[in-house]
Write a new protein. Structure first.
Lengths: 345, 134
């Protein structure tokens, strides 16, 4: 997909809670004996959820862009962990940001992929001339059954992008997008169920790798680009190993992947994962660099998006580095309370 | 139970709970939170609606160890008077901080957090809290 006009990112924000649990602490309780997939993961505080994290990221994106609130025409929130089954997070976020009532607001779900799809749809609305600017958010407080393999990685975080058609404001231009989806049952959660289930090793080859590689190859073929044309590549990061292996399969070097690879420190932040990685890359990028982002959502699909930075990149940075350095470690007991595994009252 | 579970109340108060909307007095220049009709310092009317700065410092605080029923499980937590840049004072919870780490004069910044759930199947109340600004 190529957008019919110049559309890109005018501001971005990322949010990671202050709390962390080490994978070794999870292993102390459930001990699998296998090597842990990450070093540690982020844990939301007792008063945080996917909505509050989304607000923090979105406020930062809006402030960085300098766009007037009255000119934001859409708030698209991608998440698989909304605090309500029925009642949108998007309206609360829009209200708290002062964007109501004249705004398109919607919650979207596609496992870990909804955030990048929100970005593509916001770009479509901007490119069509329907709105001037739109907010695309990926946010999750990922849930895992205690003792499940997923518990080592299920993290919490959010990232938000102010998508705009105002050429002077853009710090990165959206060049191409390519979506690749199939019906692949690798991970799911039924209505009313508290925790998701997954199909173990089925989550690798037919799910993550097939879709990531399919979307990345599709984009590069359509755009006439090759791995060496990119300065950075950010993949969905359910652990540390998968994105590095996907890079190798596609012909990217580890140096292109590592700046945007945060899963070892914050775990898998689901719909936020590739977008927090992109925020990390944008914080470090120089003008006229090309970035490839490829998300993956179970069920299953990938969005590949290529961006080229402008002279505006790096003038303002997100608070991500500060949030990554502010860490309070919790033990499994406190973690269980914060995640709602232990229920009080 | 020390409060009435009310959906309309939450709806009515959402703007002032979600956003730091204060009032600036046209006569004496005082800034107050939340916005109100009459200046509590000089009695003048027609306070201008202003969005307040998100940074400030702790003026005074107390540690809640025996909370009201709707905050059970969250204790111990800190309730503080925060003076924002520009002088407005806000009564709010502190978050992301242990009670023993809180000091008068501590620099804090506003964040958006959960206040409480009215019940497991009731609405969730959100609003401004403050966290250390470091």
């Amino acid at each position: 997909m190529k957008f019919s006009m110049n559309v890109g990112i005018a501001g971005y924000g990322a949010y990671v809670p202050i709390y962390r649990i080490r994978a070794a602490e999870v292993a102390r309780v459930w001990g699998s004996g296998e090597e842990e997939p990450v070093r540690e993961k982020s844990v939301p505080g007792l008063d945080e959820d996917s909505l509050t994290m989304a607000y923090e990221a979105a406020r930062e994106a809006l402030e960085m862009s300098g766009v007037e609130r009255s000119e934001v025409g859409a708030v698209l929130v991608g998440s698989e962990s909304p605090p309500y089954a029925v009642k949108p997070s998007a309206t609360v976020i829009a209200e708290a940001l002062g964007l109501t009532p004249r705004v398109v607001a919607i919650d979207m779900e596609f496992a870990c992929k909804a955030g990048t799809t929100a970005m593509i749809l916001a770009a479509g609305l901007v490119a069509s001339g329907a709105i001037k600017h739109g907010l695309a958010i990926g946010t999750d407080n990922a849930q895992a059954r205690p003792g499940d393999e997923l518990e080592y990685t299920a993290g919490a975080g959010a990232a938000a992008y102010l998508v705009s058609g105002d050429g002077d404001r853009l710090l990165a231009v959206l060049e191409y997008a390519y979506s690749y989806v199939t019906d692949t049952p690798d991970f799911w959660r039924r209505e009313g169920e508290r925790y998701p289930r997954h199909a173990y090793r089925f989550t690798g080859a037919p799910a993550y790798f097939n879709h990531i590689v399919g979307a990345a190859k599709g984009l590069m073929e359509e755009a006439g680009l090759k791995p060496s044309d990119f300065d950075y590549v950010v993949f969905h990061q359910p652990n540390v190993k998968f994105p590095l292996r996907a890079a190798q399969m596609l012909g990217f070097k580890p140096e292109q992947v590592k700046p945007g690879l945060l899963s070892g420190e914050i775990g898998n932040t689901y719909a936020a994962a590739s977008l927090i990685g992109l925020a990390r890359v944008l914080d470090a990028a120089k003008p006229n660099q090309r970035i490839l982002v490829v998300s993956f959502g179970s069920g299953a699909g990938s969005d590949a998006i290529s961006l080229v930075t402008t002279e505006n990149v790096g003038k303002k940075k997100s608070s991500l580095e500060r949030l990554l350095s502010r860490k309070v470690y919790v033990d499994y007991g406190l973690y269980a309370k914060m995640k709602g595994i232990l229920r009080v009252a | 139970m020390v409060w009435a579970e009310s959906v309309p109340r939450v709806w009515r108060e959402r703007a002032k709970k979600y956003r730091l909307l204060g009032g600036k007095c046209p006569a004496c220049g005082s800034v107050v939170y939340p916005h109100r009709q009459v200046c509590p310092y000089c009695g003048s009317e027609g306070l201008q609606l202003v969005e307040l700065p998100r940074k400030g410092r702790v003026i005074s605080y107390t540690v809640i160890r025996h909370p009201p029923s709707d905050f059970v499980g969250k204790e111990p937590y800190v309730v503080a008077i925060v003076e924002l840049e520009g002088g407005a004072r806000v009564l709010a919870q502190l978050t992301d901080v242990k009670p023993e780490e809180v000091r008068e004069g501590m620099e804090v910044e506003a964040v958006f957090r959960r206040y409480r759930e009215q019940s497991p199947d009731g609405i969730i109340e959100y609003g401004i809290k403050f966290r250390p600004a470091h």
